[in-house]
Ligand binder design. Structure first.
Ligand code: AG3
Length: 273
């Protein structure tokens, strides 16, 4: 007798995919923006996928969420007012709360992501219950164009630059972002897998360099994302300098990572040229 096994796979290229053996599929919905699937996996706990790409798993979400919040946190003036674009699972907001940021605005385009997170990832999405977090379900690009608010950090926690997130990697969007940053404020975006998505990283880096004089790319190891090596790119109108301050440890992040994640392999540096 053959045992039946169920697997979810994210395709990295025509010839390679990563598969997670699953206990169950908990949800599959098609929203106005994207398809959302939720799986209970054997190795990584619950896994949220959007349009077939892994967004987060219970087991390793901490790497991504620490790295997109904690790295930019320690540069320039201490941030008190932060905007998250995307991030409907609440994971980025949760880490900002850990950093004691008093004002967090989270603009997510797809309310279904928020609902799914509230139901299936109660710990990660608990940030939305905190009075310091203002959640807006709406288009981040429109929000940035229409709002007058300024932020010390703007965190772009988006999906890959295909579909609804494509505009979040363009220099015209970064131009609008610049208008909403305080003097030495910093914008940071996830910029894809340098190995499998070099164009995502090139787009983010080039787009930011067209608008900001100071741009830095850093990497982290995220086991459930394509190739495991993931990039983030941050930019500012002023030189980004570390504050003289005690650095807290996360589960991934520590002071070595704060310095070391900016040391890039040669093939990654070549993408930024
Ligand atoms: N958003 C970025 C996920 C990109 C993953 N891409 C992929 N698997 N091809 C993460 C959302 C977590 N807040």
């Amino acid at each position: 007798m053959r045992l039946i096994e169920n697997w979810f796979s994210e395709r990295y290229s025509d010839n390679l995919q990563l598969s997670f053996r699953i206990k169950d599929q908990l949800l599959s919905i098609k929203t106005d923006y994207q398809r959302i699937d939720l799986f209970d996996t054997y190795d990584f706990g619950k896994l949220l996928s959007i349009d077939g790409t892994v967004q987060l798993t219970e087991k390793d979400e901490y790497v991504y969420h620490e790295m997109i919040t904690m790295v930019p946190y320690y540069f320039n003036s201490k941030p008190s007012n932060v905007l998250i674009i995307g991030g409907g699972d609440g994971g980025a907001a949760r880490r900002l709360l850990d950093l004691d940021i008093p004002g967090i605005t989270n603009v997510e385009i797809d309310g279904n992501v928020v609902e799914v997170a509230k139901k299936y990832f109660p710990d990660i999405s608990s940030s939305f219950k905190d009075g310091r977090v203002k959640l807006i379900v709406g288009d981040g690009i429109k929000y940035i164009r229409e709002s007058r608010d300024k932020f010390d950090r703007i965190i772009i926690d988006s999906t890959d630059p295909v579909g609804p997130a494509e505009g979040l990697f363009s220099s015209s969007f970064y131009n609008d972002i610049k208008e909403h940053l305080t003097e030495d404020g910093i914008v940071v975006t996830q910029s894809g897998s340098p190995y499998y998505q070099p164009t995502a990283l090139a787009m983010a880096h080039k787009g930011m360099s067209e608008v900001f004089p100071h741009v830095k790319t850093y990497c982290a190891f995220i086991p459930t994302y394509p190739s495991g090596l993931w990039s983030f790119t941050m930019a500012s109108g002023e030189e980004m300098k570390l504050r003289d301050e005690k650095i807290n440890n996360g589960k991934y992040f520590n002071s070595d990572i704060l310095y070391g994640s900016f040391y890039l392999p040669e093939f990654v540096k070549n993408i930024l040229k």
